[in-house]
Design a binder for this molecule. Structure first.
Ligand code: SAM
Length: 179
């Protein structure tokens, strides 16, 4: 790691996800593609999806070499409309994306559950900008994931600036038992 210029929060998130060589990672709401770039330093393949074409253009530009090498793919689409291919993902990741952390996001979570590998993990990361937000997000994510057979395996906290960060990690219980 270290070649990508990145904020403390996204560097922290990449460490939480900690992709292993060969793993396939999906980032929802990838924005400018900074976390995509950090994940691609370790993962086998990274797919970034963002509903904003402007963001996806920037993400593609930032990750051009990895896109050309076939290790990164970026796509302009809302997650529930994205073409994610036939292969499952070992990790599904988001940072500050309300489509995963707000109540009522059933459609998005249906897709997350469908594309996640049986032993895969979901990491919903967010900036803790106001007191109490962390408990609300953890409860919401636990409910949305729980309805799809995913359980909270850990809540990670990072002393990042200007805001602290947190991330809810979910796994299917059988996978969590295996550690
Ligand atoms: C606050 S930005 C965060 C961007 C980046 N993850 C970061 O932390 O810098 C949220 C991003 O999520 C995207 N987004 C929101 N809902 C989405 C959805 N349902 N599917 C894909 N992208 C979505 C937005 O277009 C926006 O780029």
């Amino acid at each position: 790691m270290g070649a990508v210029a990145a904020s403390a929060r996204l560097t922290w998130a990449a460490g939480v996800v900690a992709p292993r060589p060969g793993e396939r990672v999906l980032e929802v709401g990838c924005g400018h593609g900074v976390l995509v770039a950090l994940l691609a330093e370790r993962a086998g393949a990274v797919v970034g999806v963002d509903r904003s074409p402007t963001m996806v253009t920037a993400a593609g530009r930032r990750n051009r070499a990895a896109v050309e090498a076939g290790r990164v793919r970026v796509q302009a689409a809302a997650l529930h409309e994205a073409d994610l291919g036939p292969h499952p993902f070992d990790a599904v990741v988001s940072f500050n994306v309300r489509a995963l952390s707000d109540p009522g996001q059933e459609e998005t979570w249906d897709v997350v559950s469908r594309v996640l590998a049986p032993a895969g993990r979901v990491v919903v990361a967010f900036s803790v900008m106001t007191p109490g937000v962390e408990d609300d997000v953890v409860a919401t994510v636990a409910r949305l994931g729980g309805a799809r057979g995913l359980a909270v395996a850990a809540v990670h906290r990072g002393e990042t600036a200007p805001f602290p960060s947190a991330a809810v990690e979910l796994r299917r219980p059988a996978a969590a038992d295996r550690g």
